[in-house]
Design a protein around this ligand. Sequence first.
Ligand code: FNR
Length: 340
Amino acid sequence: MRMSRKMEHVRYALDLGASGRNGLKDIRLVHNCLPDASTDSIALSTRIGDLNLSSPIFINAMTGGAAETEAINRELAVVAREKGLAMAVGSQMSALKNKEVAPSYKIVRKMNPDGIVFANLGSEATVDQAREAVDMLEANALQIHLNVMQELIMPEGDRDFRRALERIAAIVERLAVPVIVKEVGFGIMAEGAAKLKAAGVPIVDVAGSGGTNFAAIENARRASSLDWLNDWGHPTSVALLETLTVYEPGSVIASGGIATSEDIVRALCLGASAVGVAGAFLRVLQMDGTEAALRRADELHDGLKLMMTALGASTVPELWRRPVVVGGETAAWCAARGID
Ligand code: FNR
């Protein structure tokens, strides 16, 4: 029997790994020999739009929709609960169409009744579907993913992307919880961010390249001649700087290939309020188990506190004011696009 599409995504995400080219190495942090800070008084709590999070790190959207994915969501939810991380589920469209798979998503709320949970749908969703997805999880926010290139590479994928922005605007206006619009690893750029802002979207997750690569995943799922699209998209550093020309810090999430404390700090210093980690948590969970994933969350938090102390930033907004030097391809891109 063929594996479900949801499990194929998990399998190929693990097999293909991350390219590591998220551009964040181009962001050089500036050492501070007089930080005037104490590790004990570092506050990791953050705010994105109207959402208060106890950590800037969250588990980004991955899965649900097939029996095998329920175990993954259950264990990720344990990590989220124990370490105070917000967590998104994968696209719930399958559960809206087939109620039998709803438990694979609902497990996330069941395991973590008081945590911050994000529902997830694509931009084809209607207002009613958005409400249903949020109600299914008593979610604190709804993520709407934009994944045009992934759909175009999938033979069974969508081909008509008209009026997506209108549907997003209607959901933003009529949903009771905040909407986060995200990419899936190709990056939100300034032009897209401007349209989203004009549509009233309060929070965006830039989801650039450098980590999970959905062009490569969809090509690997079949003998495809579209491998030439495997480098499509923009690194997370670039997508973040582009989006920050439109959105203020306080409403921007960085994600895409983020797996280390250093990358988290670099993204926060550029102006992100929170950082989404998908593939890196999936990998440690599936390869080494829940205990290892719990330890990884501790390591990320400890590394973040260490770096914040060293830089003299006791809060996330203080990181936004730390100096950084942008070099390499990220600097070249910004110069070509007139981004300061
Ligand atoms: C994803 N991602 C994703 N995103 C989304 O909005 N809805 C979804 O259903 C999924 N499904 C999904 C499955 C699997 C197995 C992975 C690894 C990822 C994309 C994810 O949220 C994120 O945007 C990208 O993976 C880039 O981040 P990382 O993986 O490089 O940290």
